[in-house]
Design a protein around this ligand. Structure first.
Ligand code: UGA
Length: 437
């Protein structure tokens, strides 16, 4: 089958390459010329395990091509996946839908009856219905469906090739049949397929992300109680998660969630529910958001206490800048938020990250950066472990102790071997866990 993928950011590039790998003939389109020429040469716009290989394989096969010509894209195929961003509108909780609308408007004049636009971007419920209304005027006979994307950064290639479910919100049997054909190889492998209306499909996505964000904030709230009560949140999470009705995943306490999805999605959901007159049904998400940002302030407070009450004149080493490991994404990164707050209070902050430094530099030029862990820790009064890259678990704490001024570390992600670090002479602090006697 022929199809296009409009928008070659995170979701778009992975989706386009996955579709080409399934055997389809795919044209990826974007307005960013630099990005399109890089993609045509097999260079992905983001760091993601396995993506470069997948991209190069599918580009070399001739099944994946790229263009900046939207009219060409519109005429290339009868199916168009829309994968553009829907960030939070500045100064508002709502999602900014201008890119989605611009793509639909650019495609519309070239569409033929029976052509299908398929939204993958995360949007407020009711968006597809509104766009369908618009298409009735600008492209009569063309359809619109919603097919939310559930991939996780760091696992995007794997999640995209073997999704846990495929959800399609369609207005007709014809549109369902088109999407069943697109995903036929996955359906043959037994991936569950949910056919629903577009409103429900849009909601499945925000409901899923809201539930996961709530689970994370729940366990972080428990960490706060554990700190006050002298209990251990890690054992608590393990024992609570052993109940299969709850499950252990997304129950890892720490610095909370960041990235381009959870924070903006729960805020967008609250704003949309308000518009629908059911704001109180999801008002708890404000608490989820507040608990989440509080983990950042709690980490800053803990760090301030450990350097003697004020950051002025201190050196703080930070391990990790990305919002999570295996990603170079620093959007709403808890690690960078903590680093900036501490810098703002007068510390000299030196940040290490194996992949995210270029992006971090752009966002937080006031911090110092290095690709060398010992260098980041040179003369440090405090080390903060904020993004749990696996390589930090392989650090030899005895060797690192020789670099620092004071061997004090905060393991905000509960990923370091606390006993080993303490044996090597470190004073290790982990929120939600009691300090040894
Ligand atoms: C999330 C969802 O997991 C995907 O299913 C969804 O498709 C995606 O958003 C999206 O809407 O596009 P992602 O933001 O890539 O994916 O990352 P996650 O692995 O979900 O992690 C989100 C944040 O939660 C990270 O900052 C992570 O460190 C944090 N987290 C995760 C915890 O603090 N504790 C946990 O137990 C799990």
């Amino acid at each position: 089958m022929r199809m296009t993928v409009i928008g070659t950011g995170y979701v778009g590039v992975v989706h386009a390459a996955t579709l080409a790998d399934l055997g389809h003939e795919v044209l990826g389109a974007d307005i960013d010329e630099e990005r399109i020429s890089a993609l045509a040469a097999g260079i992905p716009p983001v760091y993601e395990p396995g993506l470069r290989e997948l991209l190069q394989r599918t580009v070399a096969s001739g099944r994946l091509r790229f263009t900046t010509d939207m009219a060409r894209a519109a005429r290339f195929a009868p199916v168009h996946f829309v994968c553009v961003g829907t960030p939070q509108l500045p100064g508002s909780k709502s999602a900014d839908l201008r890119s989605v609308e611009a793509v639909v408007d650019a495609l519309a004049p070239h569409l033929a009856p029976g052509d299908l636009i398929v939204g993958k971007s995360t949007v407020p419920v009711g968006t597809a219905a509104r766009l369908a209304e618009r298409l009735r005027r600008t492209a009569p006979g063309a359809g619109i469906a919603w097919n939310p994307e559930f991939l996780r950064e760091g696992f995007a290639v794997r999640d995209s090739a073997s999704p846990e479910r495929i959800v399609v919100g369609v207005a007709s049997g014809h549109d369902e049949a088109v999407l069943r054909e697109v995903y036929a190889p996955m359906l043959r492998d037994g991936v569950p397929f949910f056919r629903t209306d577009p409103n429900t499909a849009e909601l499945v996505k925000v409901a899923s992300n809201s539930f996961l964000a709530t689970k994370i904030s729940f366990i972080n709230a428990m960490a706060e109680v554990c700190d006050a009560a002298g209990a251990d949140v890690l054992t608590l999470a393990e024992a609570v998660g052993a109940d299969p009705r709850i499950g252990p995943r997304f129950l890892q306490p720490g610095l909370g969630f960041g990235g381009s999805c959870f924070p903006k999605d729960i805020r967008g959901f609250m704003a949309r529910a308000e518009e629908l007159g059911v704001g109180s049904a999801v008002a708890f998400l404000q608490e989820v958001d507040d608990i989440n940002t509080r983990q950042r302030t709690r980490t800053v407070e803990l760090a301030r206490g450990l350097v003697g009450g004020a950051f002025d004149g201190t050196n703080v080493a930070v391990l990790g800048a990305a919002f999570k490991p295996d990603s170079d994404d620093v959007r709403d990164s808890p690690a960078l938020a903590v680093s900036r707050a501490i810098r703002h209070e007068g510390a000299r902050v030196r940040v290490h990250d194996p992949e995210a430094l270029d992006n971090a530099r752009g966002l937080a030029p006031e911090l110092q950066y290095t690709l060398d862990v010992p260098k980041a820790c040179e003369e440090a009064d405090l080390v903060l472990h904020l993004t749990p890259w696996p390589e930090y678990q392989a650090i030899d704490p005895a060797l690192l102790a020789a670099q620092v001024r004071r061997p004090t570390v905060v393991d905000a992600r509960h990923a370091l071997d606390a006993a080993m670090w303490r044996r090597a002479g470190w004073s290790l602090h982990a929120p939600g866990r009691p300090q040894p006697e």
